[in-house]
Design a binder for this molecule. Structure first.
Ligand code: ADP
Length: 199
């Protein structure tokens, strides 16, 4: 990986994606756009791993999840307090983190490292917005789900949105090291690299 524009990023196909047999469809979208799979495995993780992956101990991160949720509720006309029992962003975040642990430990996930030009942004764009009902058609979350945070929170579960994708360079670096050993990441040439990128 010598070209500085070539990035690596982590994608997780979450348990709903695996159980709905969407692994092939999702992986195929990434392959077709020109991203190279350089690492891939199926793992059933425990709570400790989820809490390493999502910084559930970081107050600022947890609060941000709560704030984003309250913002989303403004569009629904439903009362967040009725579903969540509080209007405090941090407390809402703590609840969501618990549901997130339940969700990600409810079945195996497929973890992969994808490589390509500006891969981090490209994959986030393809994944779509966090809440599937808001994600635009054409994105993975927008095409394969209609789940909404108010529905999820009303029945006290995480929003199910099929995939996770690293948010930025720092997250990608951290997540690659968390999910993969060095020898599980492979360096090879795709047959169409020359046609697509000229190298
Ligand atoms: P993203 O996955 O798009 O980076 P976030 O970091 O904001 O989004 O949230 C992490 C995960 O937490 C989401 O992918 C989703 O599974 C879950 N989540 C976030 N907000 C809610 C919510 N209000 N209700 C239920 N689950 C949520």
């Amino acid at each position: 990986m010598k070209n500085p524009l070539i990035e690596q990023t982590v994608v997780l196909i979450k348990p709903d994606g695996v159980k709905r047999a969407l692994v092939g469809e999702i992986v195929s979208r990434f392959e077709k756009i020109g991203l190279k799979i350089v690492g891939m495995k199926m793992v059933w993780v425990d709570e400790e791993m989820v809490r390493k992956h999502y910084p559930t101990e970081r107050r600022q991160w947890v609060t941000k999840i709560g704030e984003k949720t309250l913002e989303a509720y403004k569009n629904y006309g439903t009362d967040p307090k009725e579903h969540l029992g509080t209007m405090e962003p941090y407390e809402i975040g703590v609840l969501i983190c618990k549901w997130l642990v339940d969700y990600l430990t409810s079945g195996p996930v497929v973890a992969m490292v994808l490589e390509g030009p500006h891969a981090i942004t490209a994959v986030r764009k393809m994944a779509g917005y966090t809440y599937p009902d808001t994600a635009v058609p054409g994105t993975i979350r927008g095409d394969f789900s209609i789940d909404s945070p108010d529905l999820a929170n009303m029945i006290k579960r995480s929003g199910m949105n099929l995939v996770h994708a690293s948010g930025n360079t720092e997250e990608a670096k951290f997540e690659i090291a968390l999910w993969f050993r060095k020898k599980e990441i492979h360096n090879y040439k795709r047959a169409d690299e020359g046609i697509m990128f000229g190298f």
